[in-house]
Design a protein around this ligand. Structure first.
Ligand code: GLV
Length: 329
């Protein structure tokens, strides 16, 4: 029998694929047992000498981690679609493929963008807290009155699979949908009743601007003070992508001045968000703990793909889903 594959997994994972991996005699698995991520030291120690690494968005996988793992490392399998925490270029240089888990989380994440659109527009979280705090004394004509979602204009920034799924849902609300994408997506836009327009125009014409671009050097800070100034007064920002796409200081400023009407954020620049953040003091801001893809079904499917990517990488086969092509192995 060939040597067992040594694998470090940075958290317990759901799903049948992971359960089967645990029982597979060909694998020697070390699973980080805590809910909080391994510290840098624990990660460096955990990866030492492994053939495969299964990681999450909370783990920084850079040159130092790759060095600590050693030259025998054959695959990095991330349980997420975004891989901005992984130095993909460094992995590619070493011929290590990087797996990710696209597709299965598209609809679940679009659902969450919509939860935030509705919650922000109709003050759902604020109103629920009002009831819990015993503030509900009567019914008044303007109590907890928000803004209408139906008939409004939705701007989708980034028109990949998730952006398209967010746009598709807007048809049911009778909304006009504008979208912006770095590359041409005219046909995809038309298919969901949206119109591809320049970035500035999407911002200035939309009542809700929903961000769904990947985090790259080009999109870091894409939603900055200038972008917020272009959004029209009272409009609402939704972010289910990555926190650093939004300049949080500029967002706080635009909200404090009353220029923006609110924000629904599933992600923040630093996660978890500091309890000192001014965002947590604002009634018109809903912050969630990065749970866009968090249905049990979807998280299990993501874990299954991460395991399939791991197995393929260790067997020297192309990964079912990867963001880098292995060279030189
Ligand atoms: C989660 O944020 C993911 O990228 O899958």
């Amino acid at each position: 029998m060939s040597a067992r594959h040594r694998v470090f997994v940075t958290r317990e994972l759901p799903g049948d694929g992971f359960a089967a991996l645990r029982d597979d005699p060909e694998f020697d698995l070390e699973v980080w047992p805590e809910d909080v991520p391994p510290s840098r030291e624990a990660l460096l120690q955990g990866v030492s000498g492994v053939d495969g690494l299964v990681c999450l968005i909370t783990d920084t996988v850079d040159e130092v981690v790759l060095d600590a793992a050693g030259a025998q490392l054959r695959v990095v399998s991330q349980m997420a679609v975004g891989v901005d925490n992984v130095d993909v270029a460094a992995c590619s240089k070493r011929g290590i493929p990087v797996g990710n888990t696209p597709g299965v989380l598209t609809e679940t994440t679009a659902d969450m963008a919509w939860a935030l659109i509705l919650a922000s527009a109709r003050r759902v979280v604020e109103a629920a807290e009002y009831v819990k705090d015993g503030e509900w004394k009567t019914w008044t004509p303007t109590q907890m009155a928000g803004i209408d979602v139906h008939g409004a204009t939705l701007g989708v920034i980034g028109f990949g699979a998730i952006g398209q799924a967010i746009a598709r849902r807007a048809q049911g609300f009778g909304m006009r949908v504008l979208c912006w994408n770095r590359t041409q997506r005219t046909a995809e836009a038309a298919a969901v009743g949206a119109e591809q327009r320049p970035f500035d125009e999407v911002l200035s014409r939309s009542d809700f601007v929903s961000v769904s671009v990947a985090l790259t050097d080009d999109t870091r800070g894409l939603m900055d003070a200038t972008a917020f100034e272009q959004m029209h007064p009272g409009s609402i920002l939704i972010n289910t992508a990555r926190g650093p796409i939004v300049d949080e200081e500029a967002l706080v400023d635009a909200l404090k001045r009353g220029h923006l009407g609110g924000a629904g954020l599933d992600v923040t620049a630093v996660e978890p968000l500091s309890m000192d953040s001014p965002l947590l003091t604002m009634d018109n801001v809903v912050v969630l703990p990065h749970i866009g893809s968090a249905s049990m079904a979807t998280r299990s499917k993501m874990a299954d793909i991460a395991v399939a990517n791991l197995r393929a990488g260790l067997a020297g086969r192309p990964l079912p889903h990867s963001v880098a092509v292995a060279v030189g192995r």
